[in-house]
Design a protein. Structure first.
Length: 457
Protein backbone atom coordinates (compact mmCIF):
# COMPACT_ATOMS: atom_id res chain seq x y z
CA UNK A 1 0.00 0.00 0.00
CA UNK A 2 2.82 2.40 0.98
CA UNK A 3 4.61 1.39 -2.19
CA UNK A 4 1.55 2.27 -4.29
CA UNK A 5 1.20 5.56 -2.44
CA UNK A 6 4.82 6.45 -3.08
CA UNK A 7 4.45 5.58 -6.77
CA UNK A 8 1.31 7.72 -7.02
CA UNK A 9 3.02 10.71 -5.35
CA UNK A 10 6.08 10.27 -7.59
CA UNK A 11 3.84 10.13 -10.68
CA UNK A 12 1.95 13.29 -9.71
CA UNK A 13 5.19 15.19 -8.98
CA UNK A 14 6.66 13.95 -12.24
CA UNK A 15 3.68 15.30 -14.15
CA UNK A 16 3.91 18.61 -12.27
CA UNK A 17 7.59 19.13 -12.94
CA UNK A 18 7.17 17.99 -16.54
CA UNK A 19 4.48 20.62 -16.97
CA UNK A 20 6.64 23.33 -15.35
CA UNK A 21 9.63 22.34 -17.45
CA UNK A 22 7.50 22.32 -20.60
CA UNK A 23 6.10 25.71 -19.70
CA UNK A 24 9.56 27.18 -19.17
CA UNK A 25 10.86 25.65 -22.36
CA UNK A 26 7.83 26.37 -24.52
CA UNK A 27 8.40 29.14 -27.07
CA UNK A 28 6.32 32.26 -26.44
CA UNK A 29 4.64 32.04 -29.84
CA UNK A 30 2.52 29.17 -28.54
CA UNK A 31 0.81 31.69 -26.30
CA UNK A 32 0.35 34.20 -29.10
CA UNK A 33 2.99 36.75 -28.08
CA UNK A 34 5.54 36.35 -30.86
CA UNK A 35 2.86 35.40 -33.35
CA UNK A 36 1.02 38.68 -32.83
CA UNK A 37 4.28 40.63 -32.91
CA UNK A 38 5.37 38.92 -36.14
CA UNK A 39 2.02 39.64 -37.80
CA UNK A 40 2.13 43.25 -36.61
CA UNK A 41 5.62 43.62 -38.14
CA UNK A 42 4.34 42.31 -41.48
CA UNK A 43 1.00 44.07 -41.64
CA UNK A 44 1.50 47.43 -39.89
CA UNK A 45 3.50 49.02 -42.76
CA UNK A 46 0.43 48.55 -44.98
CA UNK A 47 -1.94 50.25 -42.51
CA UNK A 48 -2.04 54.04 -42.83
CA UNK A 49 -3.30 57.02 -40.88
CA UNK A 50 -5.82 59.15 -42.78
CA UNK A 51 -6.46 62.82 -42.14
CA UNK A 52 -9.53 64.28 -43.83
CA UNK A 53 -9.68 68.05 -44.14
CA UNK A 54 -12.88 69.97 -44.75
CA UNK A 55 -12.47 73.70 -45.30
CA UNK A 56 -15.24 75.68 -43.59
CA UNK A 57 -15.72 79.25 -44.80
CA UNK A 58 -16.92 81.67 -42.13
CA UNK A 59 -17.91 85.33 -42.35
CA UNK A 60 -16.99 87.97 -39.85
CA UNK A 61 -18.13 91.53 -39.50
CA UNK A 62 -15.48 93.85 -40.96
CA UNK A 63 -15.97 97.62 -41.08
CA UNK A 64 -15.06 101.05 -39.80
CA UNK A 65 -16.89 100.88 -36.51
CA UNK A 66 -19.15 103.71 -37.55
CA UNK A 67 -22.74 102.42 -38.13
CA UNK A 68 -23.52 105.07 -40.75
CA UNK A 69 -20.34 104.51 -42.75
CA UNK A 70 -20.70 100.74 -42.51
CA UNK A 71 -24.27 100.94 -43.83
CA UNK A 72 -23.13 103.01 -46.81
CA UNK A 73 -19.74 101.46 -47.55
CA UNK A 74 -19.76 98.11 -45.72
CA UNK A 75 -19.93 96.19 -49.00
CA UNK A 76 -16.42 97.41 -49.80
CA UNK A 77 -15.07 95.41 -46.87
CA UNK A 78 -16.94 92.17 -47.63
CA UNK A 79 -14.74 91.01 -50.50
CA UNK A 80 -12.74 87.82 -50.71
CA UNK A 81 -9.53 89.66 -49.83
CA UNK A 82 -10.72 90.49 -46.34
CA UNK A 83 -12.42 87.14 -45.88
CA UNK A 84 -9.77 84.67 -47.03
CA UNK A 85 -8.36 84.32 -43.54
CA UNK A 86 -11.76 83.07 -42.37
CA UNK A 87 -11.42 79.67 -44.02
CA UNK A 88 -11.06 77.22 -41.16
CA UNK A 89 -9.78 73.66 -41.79
CA UNK A 90 -11.90 71.11 -39.97
CA UNK A 91 -9.91 67.91 -39.55
CA UNK A 92 -10.86 64.31 -38.88
CA UNK A 93 -8.76 61.20 -38.49
CA UNK A 94 -9.16 57.58 -39.41
CA UNK A 95 -7.33 54.60 -40.79
CA UNK A 96 -6.89 52.79 -44.09
CA UNK A 97 -5.42 49.59 -45.49
CA UNK A 98 -3.24 49.43 -48.60
CA UNK A 99 -4.57 46.57 -50.73
CA UNK A 100 -2.40 46.80 -53.84
CA UNK A 101 1.22 47.51 -54.64
CA UNK A 102 0.19 50.44 -56.86
CA UNK A 103 -1.41 52.37 -54.00
CA UNK A 104 -5.11 51.49 -53.83
CA UNK A 105 -6.29 51.58 -50.24
CA UNK A 106 -9.50 50.66 -48.49
CA UNK A 107 -11.19 52.69 -45.75
CA UNK A 108 -14.62 53.60 -44.38
CA UNK A 109 -16.76 56.06 -46.32
CA UNK A 110 -17.52 58.01 -43.16
CA UNK A 111 -13.80 58.65 -42.65
CA UNK A 112 -13.54 60.73 -45.84
CA UNK A 113 -17.14 61.93 -46.20
CA UNK A 114 -17.27 65.64 -47.02
CA UNK A 115 -13.48 65.99 -47.19
CA UNK A 116 -11.97 68.64 -49.45
CA UNK A 117 -8.51 67.16 -49.01
CA UNK A 118 -7.34 63.72 -47.89
CA UNK A 119 -3.84 63.14 -46.53
CA UNK A 120 -2.36 59.69 -45.98
CA UNK A 121 0.53 59.15 -43.58
CA UNK A 122 2.62 56.06 -44.30
CA UNK A 123 4.59 54.00 -41.82
CA UNK A 124 7.80 55.85 -42.78
CA UNK A 125 6.06 59.15 -41.79
CA UNK A 126 5.83 60.25 -45.41
CA UNK A 127 2.56 62.09 -46.10
CA UNK A 128 0.84 61.79 -49.50
CA UNK A 129 -2.32 63.29 -50.93
CA UNK A 130 -5.01 60.78 -51.82
CA UNK A 131 -7.81 60.96 -54.35
CA UNK A 132 -11.16 59.23 -54.05
CA UNK A 133 -11.57 56.41 -56.57
CA UNK A 134 -15.09 55.64 -55.42
CA UNK A 135 -17.23 55.33 -52.32
CA UNK A 136 -20.42 53.64 -51.20
CA UNK A 137 -22.27 55.18 -48.22
CA UNK A 138 -24.62 52.21 -48.04
CA UNK A 139 -21.83 49.79 -47.10
CA UNK A 140 -19.59 52.49 -45.56
CA UNK A 141 -16.66 51.59 -47.81
CA UNK A 142 -14.39 53.77 -49.94
CA UNK A 143 -11.37 53.17 -52.15
CA UNK A 144 -8.62 55.79 -52.29
CA UNK A 145 -5.51 56.03 -54.48
CA UNK A 146 -2.08 57.36 -53.55
CA UNK A 147 0.85 57.75 -55.91
CA UNK A 148 4.27 56.69 -54.70
CA UNK A 149 7.61 56.52 -56.46
CA UNK A 150 8.26 53.14 -54.86
CA UNK A 151 6.21 49.96 -54.52
CA UNK A 152 4.00 49.98 -51.47
CA UNK A 153 3.45 47.19 -48.93
CA UNK A 154 -0.05 45.75 -48.94
CA UNK A 155 -2.16 43.37 -46.87
CA UNK A 156 -3.21 40.12 -48.58
CA UNK A 157 -6.98 39.66 -48.66
CA UNK A 158 -8.30 36.58 -46.87
CA UNK A 159 -11.62 34.72 -46.89
CA UNK A 160 -14.01 35.94 -44.18
CA UNK A 161 -16.40 33.04 -44.83
CA UNK A 162 -13.88 30.86 -42.97
CA UNK A 163 -13.97 33.02 -39.82
CA UNK A 164 -14.74 31.08 -36.64
CA UNK A 165 -16.06 32.36 -33.34
CA UNK A 166 -13.19 32.27 -30.85
CA UNK A 167 -10.53 32.70 -33.54
CA UNK A 168 -7.70 35.15 -32.75
CA UNK A 169 -7.76 38.43 -34.69
CA UNK A 170 -5.63 41.57 -34.62
CA UNK A 171 -6.94 45.11 -35.09
CA UNK A 172 -4.49 47.67 -36.48
CA UNK A 173 -5.38 51.33 -36.89
CA UNK A 174 -4.92 54.95 -35.86
CA UNK A 175 -7.05 55.46 -32.72
CA UNK A 176 -7.60 59.07 -31.65
CA UNK A 177 -4.95 60.14 -34.17
CA UNK A 178 -2.22 58.74 -31.90
CA UNK A 179 -0.57 56.74 -34.66
CA UNK A 180 -0.64 53.12 -35.78
CA UNK A 181 -1.69 50.92 -32.86
CA UNK A 182 -2.03 47.14 -32.53
CA UNK A 183 -4.62 45.37 -30.37
CA UNK A 184 -5.60 41.70 -30.23
CA UNK A 185 -8.68 39.72 -29.32
CA UNK A 186 -11.00 37.07 -30.65
CA UNK A 187 -13.95 36.94 -32.98
CA UNK A 188 -16.82 37.18 -30.51
CA UNK A 189 -19.61 36.60 -33.04
CA UNK A 190 -20.32 36.67 -36.76
CA UNK A 191 -23.31 37.80 -38.84
CA UNK A 192 -24.16 40.66 -36.46
CA UNK A 193 -26.71 43.25 -37.66
CA UNK A 194 -26.59 46.75 -36.15
CA UNK A 195 -28.27 50.11 -36.83
CA UNK A 196 -26.05 53.17 -36.62
CA UNK A 197 -28.45 55.81 -37.88
CA UNK A 198 -32.18 56.16 -38.40
CA UNK A 199 -32.01 54.98 -42.01
CA UNK A 200 -28.71 53.14 -42.01
CA UNK A 201 -27.98 49.60 -40.93
CA UNK A 202 -25.12 47.17 -41.38
CA UNK A 203 -25.56 43.44 -41.82
CA UNK A 204 -23.39 40.40 -41.25
CA UNK A 205 -20.69 42.25 -39.32
CA UNK A 206 -17.84 40.58 -37.46
CA UNK A 207 -17.98 41.29 -33.72
CA UNK A 208 -14.65 41.32 -31.89
CA UNK A 209 -13.29 42.20 -28.46
CA UNK A 210 -10.04 43.50 -29.96
CA UNK A 211 -10.02 47.17 -28.93
CA UNK A 212 -11.49 49.41 -31.63
CA UNK A 213 -11.64 53.11 -30.79
CA UNK A 214 -12.52 56.33 -32.65
CA UNK A 215 -9.91 56.71 -35.38
CA UNK A 216 -9.65 52.95 -35.89
CA UNK A 217 -12.39 53.17 -38.51
CA UNK A 218 -11.10 51.91 -41.85
CA UNK A 219 -8.26 49.97 -40.23
CA UNK A 220 -7.39 46.32 -40.66
CA UNK A 221 -8.77 43.30 -38.86
CA UNK A 222 -6.42 40.43 -39.70
CA UNK A 223 -6.34 36.76 -38.82
CA UNK A 224 -3.44 34.71 -37.43
CA UNK A 225 -2.08 34.28 -40.96
CA UNK A 226 -1.82 38.04 -41.45
CA UNK A 227 -4.69 38.13 -43.96
CA UNK A 228 -7.27 40.91 -44.08
CA UNK A 229 -10.61 39.47 -42.95
CA UNK A 230 -12.42 42.66 -41.99
CA UNK A 231 -12.47 46.46 -42.10
CA UNK A 232 -12.94 47.99 -38.65
CA UNK A 233 -16.00 50.21 -38.77
CA UNK A 234 -18.03 50.68 -35.58
CA UNK A 235 -18.16 50.36 -31.81
CA UNK A 236 -20.87 50.44 -29.18
CA UNK A 237 -19.73 53.47 -27.14
CA UNK A 238 -21.50 52.42 -23.96
CA UNK A 239 -20.15 48.87 -24.16
CA UNK A 240 -16.75 47.41 -23.43
CA UNK A 241 -14.93 45.10 -25.80
CA UNK A 242 -17.65 45.31 -28.45
CA UNK A 243 -16.35 46.36 -31.85
CA UNK A 244 -17.48 45.56 -35.38
CA UNK A 245 -15.81 45.05 -38.73
CA UNK A 246 -17.15 44.68 -42.27
CA UNK A 247 -16.31 41.17 -43.58
CA UNK A 248 -13.74 41.37 -46.36
CA UNK A 249 -15.78 39.07 -48.62
CA UNK A 250 -18.48 41.73 -48.74
CA UNK A 251 -15.84 44.37 -49.42
CA UNK A 252 -14.34 42.43 -52.35
CA UNK A 253 -17.29 43.06 -54.63
CA UNK A 254 -17.49 46.70 -53.57
CA UNK A 255 -13.77 47.22 -54.19
CA UNK A 256 -14.02 45.74 -57.68
CA UNK A 257 -16.93 47.99 -58.64
CA UNK A 258 -15.41 51.14 -57.15
CA UNK A 259 -12.10 50.64 -58.95
CA UNK A 260 -13.74 49.72 -62.25
CA UNK A 261 -16.74 52.07 -62.31
CA UNK A 262 -16.22 54.57 -59.48
CA UNK A 263 -19.51 53.44 -57.95
CA UNK A 264 -21.23 50.25 -56.89
CA UNK A 265 -23.28 48.39 -59.46
CA UNK A 266 -25.57 46.11 -57.51
CA UNK A 267 -26.55 42.80 -59.04
CA UNK A 268 -30.26 42.92 -59.85
CA UNK A 269 -32.35 39.81 -60.35
CA UNK A 270 -35.56 41.61 -61.30
CA UNK A 271 -37.72 39.55 -59.01
CA UNK A 272 -39.75 40.20 -55.85
CA UNK A 273 -39.72 37.42 -53.28
CA UNK A 274 -40.97 36.69 -49.78
CA UNK A 275 -40.12 34.15 -47.13
CA UNK A 276 -42.09 30.91 -47.26
CA UNK A 277 -43.88 30.86 -43.91
CA UNK A 278 -45.68 27.86 -42.44
CA UNK A 279 -49.00 29.41 -43.46
CA UNK A 280 -47.89 29.96 -47.07
CA UNK A 281 -46.38 26.48 -47.21
CA UNK A 282 -49.66 24.94 -46.05
CA UNK A 283 -51.78 27.07 -48.39
CA UNK A 284 -49.73 26.40 -51.54
CA UNK A 285 -48.81 22.84 -50.49
CA UNK A 286 -45.08 23.50 -50.77
CA UNK A 287 -42.12 22.79 -48.43
CA UNK A 288 -41.46 25.33 -45.68
CA UNK A 289 -38.18 26.53 -47.18
CA UNK A 290 -36.83 28.97 -49.75
CA UNK A 291 -38.45 32.18 -50.98
CA UNK A 292 -41.66 32.52 -52.97
CA UNK A 293 -41.53 34.53 -56.19
CA UNK A 294 -44.33 37.10 -56.16
CA UNK A 295 -43.36 39.27 -59.15
CA UNK A 296 -41.02 39.04 -62.13
CA UNK A 297 -40.06 42.22 -63.97
CA UNK A 298 -40.37 41.99 -67.73
CA UNK A 299 -37.07 41.59 -69.61
CA UNK A 300 -35.14 41.36 -66.33
CA UNK A 301 -32.56 38.70 -65.45
CA UNK A 302 -35.25 36.63 -63.73
CA UNK A 303 -37.58 37.02 -66.72
CA UNK A 304 -34.89 35.80 -69.10
CA UNK A 305 -34.25 32.85 -66.76
CA UNK A 306 -37.93 31.91 -67.22
CA UNK A 307 -38.90 32.44 -63.59
CA UNK A 308 -42.61 33.02 -62.97
CA UNK A 309 -44.70 34.07 -59.95
CA UNK A 310 -45.35 31.03 -57.79
CA UNK A 311 -41.86 29.55 -58.23
CA UNK A 312 -39.94 28.83 -55.03
CA UNK A 313 -36.20 29.58 -55.10
CA UNK A 314 -34.50 27.06 -52.85
CA UNK A 315 -30.80 27.64 -53.59
CA UNK A 316 -28.38 29.98 -55.34
CA UNK A 317 -25.26 28.13 -56.50
CA UNK A 318 -26.05 25.30 -54.05
CA UNK A 319 -26.34 27.72 -51.11
CA UNK A 320 -29.62 27.13 -49.31
CA UNK A 321 -32.06 30.00 -48.84
CA UNK A 322 -34.24 30.07 -45.74
CA UNK A 323 -35.62 33.61 -45.89
CA UNK A 324 -35.90 36.83 -47.83
CA UNK A 325 -32.85 38.11 -45.92
CA UNK A 326 -30.81 35.09 -47.01
CA UNK A 327 -31.77 35.73 -50.61
CA UNK A 328 -30.68 39.38 -50.43
CA UNK A 329 -27.45 38.63 -48.55
CA UNK A 330 -26.37 36.07 -51.14
CA UNK A 331 -27.41 38.34 -54.01
CA UNK A 332 -25.26 41.14 -52.55
CA UNK A 333 -22.14 39.00 -53.06
CA UNK A 334 -22.58 38.95 -56.85
CA UNK A 335 -21.48 41.58 -59.34
CA UNK A 336 -23.23 42.76 -62.47
CA UNK A 337 -22.83 40.20 -65.31
CA UNK A 338 -22.04 37.38 -62.86
CA UNK A 339 -23.90 34.14 -63.50
CA UNK A 340 -25.50 31.78 -61.00
CA UNK A 341 -27.57 28.61 -60.97
CA UNK A 342 -30.89 28.74 -59.13
CA UNK A 343 -32.56 25.65 -57.74
CA UNK A 344 -36.27 26.25 -58.26
CA UNK A 345 -39.38 24.37 -57.16
CA UNK A 346 -42.31 24.61 -59.59
CA UNK A 347 -45.48 22.57 -59.20
CA UNK A 348 -43.75 20.06 -56.94
CA UNK A 349 -40.77 19.48 -59.25
CA UNK A 350 -37.25 20.78 -58.73
CA UNK A 351 -35.37 22.29 -61.63
CA UNK A 352 -32.36 24.48 -62.33
CA UNK A 353 -32.31 27.89 -63.96
CA UNK A 354 -29.20 29.81 -65.00
CA UNK A 355 -29.41 33.53 -64.35
CA UNK A 356 -27.11 36.37 -65.39
CA UNK A 357 -27.44 39.33 -63.05
CA UNK A 358 -27.82 42.80 -64.53
CA UNK A 359 -27.68 46.30 -63.06
CA UNK A 360 -30.84 47.74 -61.58
CA UNK A 361 -32.00 50.29 -64.19
CA UNK A 362 -33.17 52.54 -61.34
CA UNK A 363 -29.58 52.95 -60.13
CA UNK A 364 -28.33 54.49 -63.36
CA UNK A 365 -29.03 58.05 -62.15
CA UNK A 366 -27.70 59.64 -58.99
CA UNK A 367 -31.13 59.87 -57.33
CA UNK A 368 -31.93 56.20 -57.92
CA UNK A 369 -35.39 56.69 -59.43
CA UNK A 370 -37.32 56.19 -62.64
CA UNK A 371 -39.87 58.77 -63.77
CA UNK A 372 -42.56 59.16 -66.40
CA UNK A 373 -44.67 61.97 -67.80
CA UNK A 374 -47.99 62.79 -66.14
CA UNK A 375 -50.07 61.07 -68.79
CA UNK A 376 -53.76 60.27 -68.36
CA UNK A 377 -52.76 56.68 -67.61
CA UNK A 378 -50.36 57.71 -64.82
CA UNK A 379 -52.84 60.26 -63.43
CA UNK A 380 -55.38 57.47 -63.07
CA UNK A 381 -52.86 54.89 -61.82
CA UNK A 382 -51.42 57.06 -59.04
CA UNK A 383 -54.48 59.22 -58.35
CA UNK A 384 -52.65 62.44 -59.21
CA UNK A 385 -54.05 65.94 -58.73
CA UNK A 386 -51.59 67.56 -61.18
CA UNK A 387 -51.19 67.12 -64.93
CA UNK A 388 -47.60 68.34 -65.34
CA UNK A 389 -44.21 67.36 -63.99
CA UNK A 390 -42.65 63.90 -63.70
CA UNK A 391 -44.24 61.16 -61.62
CA UNK A 392 -41.88 58.77 -59.81
CA UNK A 393 -42.54 55.19 -60.97
CA UNK A 394 -39.74 53.33 -59.20
CA UNK A 395 -37.13 53.85 -56.46
CA UNK A 396 -33.89 51.95 -55.87
CA UNK A 397 -33.42 50.98 -52.23
CA UNK A 398 -30.61 52.78 -50.43
CA UNK A 399 -30.21 55.58 -52.97
CA UNK A 400 -30.65 59.31 -52.14
CA UNK A 401 -34.32 59.43 -53.17
CA UNK A 402 -35.11 56.41 -51.01
CA UNK A 403 -33.23 57.85 -48.03
CA UNK A 404 -35.10 61.15 -48.46
CA UNK A 405 -38.45 59.36 -48.19
CA UNK A 406 -39.69 59.79 -51.76
CA UNK A 407 -42.30 57.30 -52.95
CA UNK A 408 -43.77 56.08 -56.26
CA UNK A 409 -46.59 58.46 -57.16
CA UNK A 410 -44.76 61.58 -55.97
CA UNK A 411 -44.55 64.22 -58.70
CA UNK A 412 -41.38 66.28 -59.23
CA UNK A 413 -42.16 69.79 -60.51
CA UNK A 414 -38.80 71.46 -60.04
CA UNK A 415 -35.12 70.63 -59.44
CA UNK A 416 -33.22 73.57 -57.98
CA UNK A 417 -34.38 76.50 -60.10
CA UNK A 418 -35.29 74.48 -63.18
CA UNK A 419 -38.81 73.37 -64.03
CA UNK A 420 -39.36 69.68 -64.70
CA UNK A 421 -42.32 69.49 -67.03
CA UNK A 422 -41.42 66.31 -68.91
CA UNK A 423 -39.29 63.19 -68.47
CA UNK A 424 -36.73 64.61 -70.92
CA UNK A 425 -36.34 67.69 -68.68
CA UNK A 426 -35.64 65.43 -65.69
CA UNK A 427 -33.06 63.35 -67.59
CA UNK A 428 -31.23 66.45 -68.81
CA UNK A 429 -30.97 68.00 -65.34
CA UNK A 430 -30.02 64.76 -63.57
CA UNK A 431 -27.33 64.00 -66.15
CA UNK A 432 -25.44 67.14 -65.16
CA UNK A 433 -25.59 66.51 -61.41
CA UNK A 434 -22.43 65.36 -59.68
CA UNK A 435 -21.90 63.49 -56.44
CA UNK A 436 -21.27 65.26 -53.12
CA UNK A 437 -23.80 67.97 -53.80
CA UNK A 438 -27.24 68.99 -52.57
CA UNK A 439 -30.37 69.70 -54.57
CA UNK A 440 -33.80 71.12 -53.81
CA UNK A 441 -36.81 69.29 -55.21
CA UNK A 442 -40.30 70.71 -55.38
CA UNK A 443 -42.49 67.64 -54.93
CA UNK A 444 -46.24 67.15 -54.96
CA UNK A 445 -47.73 64.30 -52.93
CA UNK A 446 -51.49 64.13 -53.06
CA UNK A 447 -52.70 67.74 -52.85
CA UNK A 448 -49.67 69.00 -50.95
CA UNK A 449 -46.55 70.64 -52.45
CA UNK A 450 -43.29 70.61 -50.46
CA UNK A 451 -39.63 71.51 -50.90
CA UNK A 452 -37.22 68.67 -50.18
CA UNK A 453 -33.46 69.01 -49.69
CA UNK A 454 -31.59 65.92 -50.88
CA UNK A 455 -27.93 65.20 -50.36
CA UNK A 456 -26.34 63.26 -53.21
CA UNK A 457 -23.39 61.11 -52.15
Amino acid sequence: MNMLKQISIFFIFSLFFSFVAASNAAPAELFGTNLIADIADRVSPAVVAIESVHYVRTRRAVGTGDPMLDRLFGHLFADDFSGHNNVIPKKGSGSGVIISVDGHLLTNEHVINGADEILVKLSDNKTLKAKVVGKDPQTDLAVLKIDSETSLPFVPIGDSSKNRVGEWVIAIGNPFGLGITVTAGVISAINRDISVEKDRAFRDLIQTDASINPGNSGGALVNSRGELVGVNTAIIPYGQGIGFAIPVNRAKRIIGDLIEYGRVKKAFAGVSVQTVTQELAAYFNIPNEGVLVTEVIKDSAAGKANLVPGDVILEIDSRKIASNDDFQKILDEYRVNDKAVLTVLRKGKKGRREIEFKENPLSKNVLGISVSDCTDKNIKRYGLYVDRGCVITGIAKGYPADRAGLEPGDVILQINNELVLKEKDFNKIIKDLSEDTQIILRVVRGRRSTLLLIKIE
